[in-house]
Design a protein around this ligand. Structure first.
Ligand code: NDP
Length: 406
């Protein structure tokens, strides 16, 4: 029973049994007072079984499993009708966002994801398709929470926290994402290879004084000094949270996103691009249509398998400048996560870990009634305080560095 009128609550349906799905299931299992029942559904049952065994060994909890093709909204509706969850956490791929959102709408169940919907054959990284559900979700009285991983997710919460507590006016935001880990493979991506490569091969883009400025992919870089890691070459990328933060952080003059890449990663990527292996348009091969990037994905290491050998740290945060009490102020809010420590705890590398923990915390806020709202929301539209309180409790301590500028 919950505190909200004695209604049974705390049944979560998690869709997607990849690197991030594994962490979400482990983390929900660690909070039985909120997540009383956990169902994991995905396309490949074997992956679901492996996660369930690992969670049972770690926590003693039994996870219910189901097979679903989430591209088919009717299958998701049937799944929801069978298990009657209070919330669906979507950690499958961005291609499934709309079919899962449709199913939640039809069955009046809250929805949460960690990545914006992507049309299969054109990288867009835009929220417009999901924002279009706002009215219908509002009418049904349910909440759709978009982008509740680390970036987007925690980075949006950092901005909301800065807006609420640290600044009278925010002028500049730089989101900085450093993975200083080594996995020992010549080339691998830290999350789903298809989505990762689509993201980093599109043109870079940032927002300044009311307009979007495009740059060639990986053409703008600088050394950024990351706490606990040191200086790392970082590249300007477009990242989806820029679109929602521009809407919701008032008085902003500029927002950019930076990510580190090793020379080895970039050299491999260049070669793969030159060979046409990162193309997402279907090509004819021996009488069959194949998408080169999907074929490449099948050859690359599964991100969920990188954990055992991954060493080093991630450091992700926001460097924010603005004014407080008439004076200029600059702070960095950030988290540092250790790959080996994450693996020890939930058998995942730090990129999956830093995505899965916030998804659990976001779902927890909704089930506890701390985040309430009818419609579709980005994370920065909600009260950052309970989320910031939970971050260190559930494995993502955050820190603040005063005076940090880029
Ligand atoms: P993986 O590729 O490791 O896992 C994806 C999972 O989704 C797999 O289990 C896959 O099944 C399942 N899946 C794919 N298609 C379907 C379908 N049609 N029906 C049911 N299940 C399906 O990805 P990750 O775990 O690395 O990433 C998961 C999500 O998290 C992605 O959307 C990614 O963009 C997002 N992400 C967000 C971040 C953030 O900070 N906000 C950071 C990192 C990732 P199968 O095993 O059969 O392939």
């Amino acid at each position: 029973m919950d505190a909200n009128g004695g209604k049974d609550m705390g049944k979560v349906l998690i869709i997607g049994a990849g690197g991030v799905g594994n962490v979400v299931v482990h983390k929900c299992a660690q909070v039985p007072e909120v997540f009383e029942q956990i169902v994991l559904a995905s396309r490949t049952m074997e992956k679901c079984r492996r996660i369930a065994e690992s969670v049972q060994a770690a926590t003693g909890r039994r996870i219910r499993l189901a097979k679903v093709d989430a591209d088919d909204s009717r299958q998701v509706v049937r799944l929801i009708e069978r298990f009657k969850p209070d919330i669906v956490i979507n950690v499958a791929l961005p291609y499934q966002d709309l079919s899962i959102m449709d199913a939640c709408l039809k069955t009046s169940v809250h929805y949460l994801d960690t990545a914006n919907y992507e049309p299969p054959f054109k990288p867009q990284f835009e929220y417009k398709w999901q924002w279009a559900y706002h009215k219908d979700y509002k009418k049904k009285g349910i909440m759709g929470l978009l982008g509740c991983g680390f970036d987007p997710g925690v980075t949006n919460v950092f901005c909301a926290y800065a807006q609420k507590h640290l600044f009278d006016q925010i002028h500049y935001i730089d989101i900085v994402d450093c993975n200083a880990g080594e996995h020992g493979h010549p080339f691998a991506t830290n999350f789903n290879p298809e989505i990762n490569i689509r993201e980093v091969t599109q043109p870079g883009k940032y927002w300044e004084e009311g307009r979007w400025i495009k740059v060639d992919p990986m053409s703008v870089s600088m050394d950024i000094d990351y706490p606990q890691v040191g200086p790392r070459k970082s590249y300007l990328l477009y990242h989806e949270e820029l679109e929602s933060l521009v809407r919701h952080i008032k008085g902003l003059k500029r927002i950019r996103f930076w990510m580190t890449f090793s020379d080895q990663y970039l050299t491999h990527l260049k070669v793969l691009q030159n060979l046409g292996l990162t193309r997402i348009d279907p090509i004819e091969f021996e009488g069959k249509k194949i998408v080169p990037l999907k074929f490449l994905k099948a050859l690359l290491p599964d991100p969920a398998s990188l954990g055992p050998t991954y060493k080093g740290k991630t450091c992700i945060g926001c460097i924010i400048q603005g004014t407080k009490d008439g004076k200029t102020r600059s702070v960095m809010l950030y988290n540092v996560c250790d790959h080996q420590a994450a693996y020890k705890q939930v058998k995942a590398q730090a990129v999956s870990y830093t995505t899965g923990v916030p998804a659990m915390i976001g779902a927890k806020q909704i089930l506890e009634g701390k985040w309430q709202g009818k419609g579709v929301f980005n994370v920065e539209q909600l009260d950052p305080d309970p989320f910031m309180e939970d971050l260190p409790k559930y494995g993502l301590p955050w820190h603040m560095l005063e005076g940090k500028v880029l």
